[in-house]
Design a protein around this ligand. Structure first.
Ligand code: ADP
Length: 453
């Protein structure tokens, strides 16, 4: 009968188990299996315990909180009686060096600051009464937008201490805000993302940029008025956007003004040069959808887009950079942030296209031109006001600029085509920092080269 075990086979099985060698082998094998099983069980239990007892927070390098957390990990922490860095418990540090181009003294070496950060790998830090395991990792994969390797920092603590993460993040954020106090953060496009351009810069005071009479006030009050009217836009369903076009020759203070305005409003500046190689329509549109919060958008060299349109109309070639329709689409795009304060600058207003002047694209245009008598006089006061108290030297300087025909009129009353820029006047004053008479004697240098004998 099939399936039946014959007495003969039972006998041979019994014989096998009676064999001490065989029984020992089985014993060892089952011990091994039990150990493997137990190990797996422990791992599963540990995993489960880990999931139940520990809590993780992962911050990727793309997140704005990433540098804050690294900076927070590097800050001194008060301990009994003395100050020690959180990093005293971290044995693997990495250093970031920032050098300033201007040394403390002229011709001196550039100044350098070193920032210690936790290096890659695992570290333990103590915060209040909790221990936090920090794991900083660099991955093999790269961010497709920037080409940089993915990087994360992972914080782990006990489930019971999970609330400290909130405190860690708010401390880290407050620390970052404090570090940027009195500074203007400048962002530029790196690949398809915004990245801070160098260290935050000291705020430039609005008074240090001297525009022609009334120009600065009219822009500043328009911007401030816009910032107070968000609800007005929301109530009417209008995108909360305003655009300004500043045009005029190079060196008239356009960029400096925008930078100082950002400082005044406590905004950052997100800067794109439209003539930059590799800046395409798609990239521009994408970047505008991800504009960092509380920033003025600065689109420099807006004429590059006008030139591209002409080129395309003329020979069907769209050029390497942004096209005019690309610029308009990016400015109007539904995906483009609903809130935006944009400044466009150009040195070539003659290339301007009227289609740009639309609410939300460009609402206000302002010429920032060559230096006027008013500006020359104000700049003089900023440099030499404390030594030239009765203004006699200032008057001599202005008369000299008149003689040189730099204010639109020649000495004989005919129109002059000679002009100078505020950047050139600043250069003259910087050269003669403590010698106002030297500035007057060298004023001829302000005459543009093509008019010089
Ligand atoms: P633009 O953007 O018009 O080309 P910048 O703002 O880059 O000009 O100015 C170049 C340099 O000249 C800067 O160092 C700036 O400080 C100085 N400068 C130019 N115009 C002015 C101005 N109107 N007031 C103060 N500084 C000025």
């Amino acid at each position: 009968m099939s399936g039946d075990v014959s007495p003969a086979s039972i006998f041979s099985l019994n014989a096998l188990f009676d064999n001490p060698l065989f029984a020992g082998g089985i014993g060892l094998a089952s011990l091994g299996a039990a150990a493997a099983f137990a190990r797996k069980g422990v791992l599963i239990a540990a995993g489960a315990a880990r999931r139940r007892l520990l809590v993780n927070v992962e911050i990727s390098k793309q997140d704005p909180a990433y540098p804050w957390i690294l900076a927070w990990l590097s800050t001194p922490r008060p301990t009994q009686g003395f100050i020690a860095s959180r990093l005293t418990r971290i044995h693997n540090l990495s250093v970031t060096t920032a050098t300033a181009s201007k040394g403390p003294a002229v011709g001196g070496p550039p100044s350098a600051h070193f920032f210690l950060q936790p290096g890659y790998g695992r570290h333990i830090v103590k915060f209040r009464d909790a221990f936090i395991a920090v794991n900083r990792e660099k991955h093999n994969t790269a961010n497709m937008n920037t080409g940089e390797p993915h990087e994360i920092v992972q914080l782990t603590t006990l489930w019971a201490h999970r609330h400290i993460f909130e405190q860690v993040f708010s401390e880290a954020h407050a620390l970052a805000a404090k570090a940027n106090e009195g500074k203007t953060v400048v962002y530029s496009a790196r690949g398809m993302e915004w990245a801070t351009l160098g260290e935050p810069r000291k705020k430039r005071p609005l008074e240090s940029v001297i525009l022609d009479e009334g120009v600065k006030d009219s822009i500043v009050s328009d911007v401030k008025d816009f910032l107070l009217r968000q609800q007005w836009y929301v109530d009417r369903g209008i995108p909360y956007r305003r655009g300004y076009l500043l045009f005029g020759p190079p060196g008239s203070g356009k960029s400096s003004f925008i930078q100082s305005l950002a400082g005044e409003l406590d905004f950052g500046v997100a800067m794109i040069n439209l003539s930059e190689m590799g800046m395409t329509d798609d990239k521009l549109a994408y970047l505008l959808t991800k504009l960092p919060k509380r920033t003025l958008l600065l689109l420099e060299d807006a004429d590059a887009a006008f030139t591209n349109r002409r080129q395309r109309d003329a020979d069907g070639y769209s050029g390497a950079s942004v096209t005019f329709s690309g610029l308009l689409n990016a400015l109007d795009g539904i995906a483009a942030g609903e809130e935006r304060l944009a400044f466009l600058t150009t040195n070539h207003i003659d290339r301007l296209d009227p289609a740009l002047i639309r609410p939300g694209r460009v609402d206000m245009m302002m010429r920032i031109g060559e230096a006027t008598r008013y500006q020359a006089s104000q700049m003089w006061d900023r440099f030499y006001g404390d030594v030239d108290k009765d203004h006699t030297s200032r008057e001599r300087f202005l008369v000299r600029l008149d003689e040189l025909g730099l204010f639109g009129q020649n000495a004989d009353g005919t129109a002059s085509h000679r002009h100078t820029s505020t950047a050139a006047i600043q250069g003259l004053f910087l050269f003669n920092k403590s010698d106002m008479h030297g500035a007057i004697n060298m004023a001829e240098g302000l005459v543009p080269r093509k008019f010089q004998a």
